[in-house]
Design a protein around this ligand. Structure first.
Ligand SMILES: [Zn+2]
Length: 118
């Protein structure tokens, strides 16, 4: 029976924790002397390459039956629709600079215009 991706993750997490605990214990004993340290090191090196090899050869078969199911259950971000809302350029960004009603220059209003005859 194929597992759902969620229960698969839970199982993987559990397996990771269980292995971690065992390796922790092994590391504790192996670190007690040089001989046991180097013995474990060499064992781990060969073990690591074996596991990696196994994983890469299994990966193809393992992912295939789940891929369609996985794709259907994944909710992705919605599409960004560029036609909605006001265009970016005309969005009011704070206070507009005001123009003088008399001389049409920026920075002052008609009340403070220097060119305005009193
Ligand atoms: Zn002015």
């Amino acid at each position: 029976m194929p597992l759902g991706s969620e229960s698969r993750d839970i199982l993987n997490n559990f397996q990771y924790g269980s292995l971690n605990a065992e390796f922790n214990e092994i590391s504790f004993y192996a670190s007690k002397s040089d001989a046991t340290y180097w013995k474990l090191k060499s064992h781990l090196a060969s073990l690591k390459s074996k596991i990696k090899e196994l994983r890469t050869s299994n990966e193809g078969d393992k992912n295939r039956p789940f891929s369609a199911e996985k794709k259907a259950s994944i909710v992705k971000d919605s599409f960004i629709v560029k036609t909605k809302g006001a265009p970016n350029t005309s969005v009011n960004k704070g206070v507009k600079s005001r123009k003088c009603g008399y001389c049409k220059q920026d920075g002052h209003t008609i009340q403070k215009c220097a060119r305005m005859p009193c």
